[in-house]
Design a protein around this ligand. Structure first.
Ligand code: MG
Length: 221
């Protein structure tokens, strides 16, 4: 099976957070619905105007650390983003079978590192809610390295910090752009996520093989 993973060939597993172990539904809800509604109320805008304004703002910093920086948005929009996220944290949830996948990796003695572009404060809200930190050896926010995963510098600094073997590392992410960045750096084993937001359709992950359901890759050979 081309979709199966040869676990014997892998020591380190780098996992993205949003859309990979957690359902991207929370983030889409927060940035595309909850924040636009709050911003509209605060500034006496229609929801449509607010959505347009935010979409334009998002576009200017997409793919940079600022995009992922809660302090940046708090300042820019004059809204306490951390508090606003806390208000709706009950919507944060694991993707189906992500816990089984994490438990499997722990049983297999893999070194599991969370590698996210999420801001440290966003990471904290999410691990407080889901307790996923128990499965990981390390939790890394790219903000601590100063570059997002889209940037080759990120990968050099991540490798310096954790000293993993690119040839024996699996990286899973729901962003094709980020997977391409990891591939350029030389991470050998790569997997995408077929359906990062369980309320939305599957995405096109070409040219990367996608994990449709974590149960597919929980196999010992
Ligand atoms: Mg993601």
């Amino acid at each position: 099976l081309s979709h199966s993973i040869n676990w014997q060939a892998i020591d380190t597993v780098l996992l993205d957070m949003d859309g990979t172990i957690l359902d991207l539904g929370f983030d889409n809800f927060f940035w595309l619905e909850h924040l636009p509604q709050t911003y509209a109320d605060k500034n006496n805008l229609s929801l449509q105007q607010s959505k347009q304004h935010l979409a334009d703002s998002y576009a200017t910093v997409e793919g940079t650390l600022a995009w992922y920086c809660l302090d940046f948005w708090s300042d820019k929009l004059n809204i306490d983003i951390v508090k606003l996220k806390h208000d709706v944290q009950h919507k944060i949830q694991f993707r189906p079978y992500a816990v089984d996948f994490l438990s499997f990796l722990v049983e297999q003695n893999k070194r599991i590192i969370l590698a996210t572009n999420a801001h440290p404060k966003a990471l904290e809200i999410k691990h407080q809610k889901t307790k996923f930190d128990q499965y990981f050896c390390q939790l890394n926010s790219s903000h601590t390295l100063g570059y997002p995963k889209e940037d080759q510098q990120y990968w050099h600094l991540l490798q310096q910090e954790y000293d993993f073997d690119k040839e024996r590392t699996l990286f899973v992410d729901d962003s094709i752009k980020i997977l391409q960045s990891a591939q350029t750096f030389g991470i050998k084993h790569l997997r995408a996520i077929a359906q990062p937001d369980m309320r939305r359709d599957k995405i096109n992950t070409s040219p990367f093989i996608a994990i449709d359901d974590y149960r597919e890759v929980i196999t010992c050979d």
